[in-house]
Design a protein around this ligand. Structure first.
Ligand SMILES: NC(=O)c1ccc[n+]([C@@H]2O[C@H](COP(=O)([O-])OP(=O)(O)OC[C@H]3O[C@@H](n4cnc5c(N)ncnc54)[C@H](O)[C@@H]3O)[C@@H](O)[C@H]2O)c1
Length: 356
């Protein structure tokens, strides 16, 4: 069987980890690179060995040889590109956050429903191997019934970690193009996603989202504290995010890291890293019945979440099934995020049902 031909729309910073996912794929090949910047399109196609390089994504979508696309552009372009790709009969993997409003998300849900192609919102934390193992342990009852989830995100000095081009920050710091701020709307989509991944539907949320001035007229949306109540029981989740401007985050990727704690009726699970590797020791630890068990037989490099997520997308195209996240699930994650933002604005708890 021929390999699936995949095209990237957008070939910026995060496209590198997508190229890695396709590099060794037995079933798919990176066939085309489209970027509105012609130099980027040409250079990246050469770097990754893609057959075609283009600057107009509609021209790419008109190519009958193309089977699927990875949409890797600023958020304001997601709806237009995802809907056009589905209408052109392509399989679509759309980077998080799905869109910047529920109206836009609804248009994508409708286009996915009307299409017989695979559509998913690619939120890679759901493929991070220590989170996948933590979820399996939870399902096996390793810590009894889950009672709470606690997440910490820390951002350090951006001069450390991998280089991020100024233009990749520029659109993120524009609320218009990003849909919100880089810490809570952009990165936060991962946290809102794993909050649902581990403990399910959320009923209501309260958030403080402060702004830190980077330079006159330019602000960053942290520190922040978000707390939520899960549906169907007195169970809570919380997420704290801070920026430690002088901190060196040990990371091969962005200058930030995450860790989380799941509490159950009989024990606890800690996942000690994700995007970075600040904390020494095993990526996952389980405590139960007076015993601590370190789980270190799992890959914990953040890039593995991209490789595994891409494998799942390709498998779904070949064999059927719905990879994480369906359009509806992507919309639920966005609704949670938008409810947190409304809470921070209004200074009151917000029920997700308020957002239709
Ligand atoms: N999963 C993750 O952890 C993760 C990490 C970083 C970024 N992302 C997501 O990936 C997407 C891209 O982020 P990035 O950091 O790579 O941004 P980036 O700015 O580095 O890259 C975006 C690219 O899109 C190109 N582009 C802009 N408009 C275009 C158009 N009309 N047609 C074709 N190309 C166009 C730009 O020229 C640029 O090269 C965003 O959705 C972002 O949230 C996800």
């Amino acid at each position: 069987m021929d390999k699936l031909r995949v095209g990237f729309i957008g070939a910026g910073r995060i496209a590198d980890l997508h190229a890695l996912g396709y590099r060794d794929s037995a079933d798919a090949v990176l066939y085309a690179v489209c970027d509105s910047d012609p130099e980027v399109a040409t250079a990246r196609a050469k770097e990754w060995g893609a057959e075609r390089s283009l600057t107009d994504y509609r021209q790419l979508l008109a190519d009958p040889q193309l089977d699927a696309v990875e949409v890797l552009t600023p958020h304001r372009l997601h709806r237009e590109m995802a809907v056009a790709a589905l209408e052109a009969g392509k399989h679509v993997s759309l980077q998080k956050p799905m869109a910047v409003s529920l109206e836009e998300a609804d248009a994508i849900v409708a286009a996915a429903e009307a299409s017989d192609r695979v559509f998913r919102v690619f939120e890679n934390f759901r493929y991070y191997p220590p989170y996948v193992r933590a979820k399996e342990l939870l399902a096996e009852g390793a810590i009894g019934d889950p009672v709470s989830l606690r997440v910490k995100v820390i951002g350090g000095n951006p001069r450390h970690g991998w280089p991020v081009p100024v233009k990749a920050w520029a659109w993120r710091l524009s609320e218009e193009e990003c849909g919100g701020g880089p810490a809570i709307f952009d990165h936060g989509y991962h946290i809102f996603s794993i909050a649902r991944y581990f403990l399910g539907d959320v009923e209501s949320v309260f958030a403080w989202i402060e702004r830190t001035e980077l330079q006159p007229g330019l602000t960053w949306d942290s520190p922040a504290l978000v707390v939520w109540r899960y549906a169907g029981g007195p169970r809570f989740g919380s997420w704290e995010t801070v920026n430690s401007a002088e901190l060196t985050v040990r990371s091969k990727y962005y200058s930030n890291d995450e860790w989380l704690e799941l509490t159950g009726t009989r024990g606890l699970i800690w996942v000690n890293r994700c995007s970075g590797e600040m904390l020494e020791g095993p990526p996952l630890v389980v405590y139960r019945d007076g015993e601590t068990q370190a789980v270190d037989d799992i890959e914990s490099d953040w890039a593995a979440s991209f490789v595994d997520g891409i494998d799942d997308f390709v498998r779904a195209i070949r064999q059927g099934g719905q990879p994480e996240l369906s359009a509806e699930e992507g919309r639920e994650v966005l609704r949670f995020s938008l409810a947190a933002h409304r809470s921070a604005r209004d200074g009151r708890p917000v029920a997700l049902a308020e957002l239709k």
